[in-house]
Design a protein around this ligand. Structure first.
Ligand SMILES: Nc1ncnc2c1ncn2[C@@H]1O[C@H](COP(=O)(O)OP(=O)(O)O)[C@@H](O)[C@H]1O
Ligand SMILES: [Mg+2]
Length: 164
């Protein structure tokens, strides 16, 4: 199977040259194949979040490479914006990334930013809502009226709607 997410000797050091200098990710080589599910396990502070933030270019390696779908994401001919559409990240407390007036608008935010036509946005909002188990009537509520678990579903749908 094809490699979809790969890192080569990925290293990330915070606050280089200060007394707080800290290498959080140290020469990590990772190879994830298309169509598979992987988990990364480690105790608090072991560098999981730092590693993950490299996978859609939120942070740039101190050294080493990140290769998504065969492309080094920091090479000159790659637009990092395209990588962010390709790789979706849901944060640890996804409910904090919700901000729109309705669930519908919140899920539509990503696809809208991608410049998709309204009918396509509508299809994606409805399909991803269904995928994460949100009822269609929930789409017209304020996300702030929902339970914690439902908010998480909205945040996940918002990422899935970009079809990363
Ligand atoms: N913004 C930051 N500035 C400085 N050090 C950081 C920062 N974020 C994380 N670290 C440090 O990097 C290490 C790895 O943290 P992190 O990637 O958040 O681990 P995990 O997600 O596995 O808990 C920890 O020692 C943490 O204190
Ligand atoms: Mg973390």
């Amino acid at each position: 199977m094809a490699s979809i997410i790969k890192t080569e000797d990925l290293t990330y050091t915070y606050s280089i040259g200060t007394p707080f200098e800290k290498t959080a990710v140290d020469k990590v080589c990772l190879d994830i194949e298309e169509g598979t599910f992987s988990g990364i396990i480690g105790h608090t502070g072991s560098g999981k979040s730092t590693l993950i933030q490299h996978l859609n270019g939120l942070i740039r390696p101190t050294s080493g490479r990140v290769i998504i779908d065969g492309q080094d994401i920091w090479s000159k001919d790659v637009k990092i914006r395209d990588i962010r559409f390709k790789v979706g990240l849901v944060f640890q407390y996804p409910e904090y990334q919700i901000f729109e007036e309705t669930v519908y608008k919140d899920i539509a935010f990503g696809p809208k930013n991608m410049g998709l036509p309204d009918e396509e946005i509508d299809r994606r909002v409805k399909e991803t809502a269904e995928l994460v188990g949100l009822k269609q009537e929930t789409l017209y509520k304020s996300p702030f009226e929902l339970s914690g678990g439902q908010k998480r579903r909205v945040a996940i749908a918002g990422v899935m709607a970009m079809e990363p």
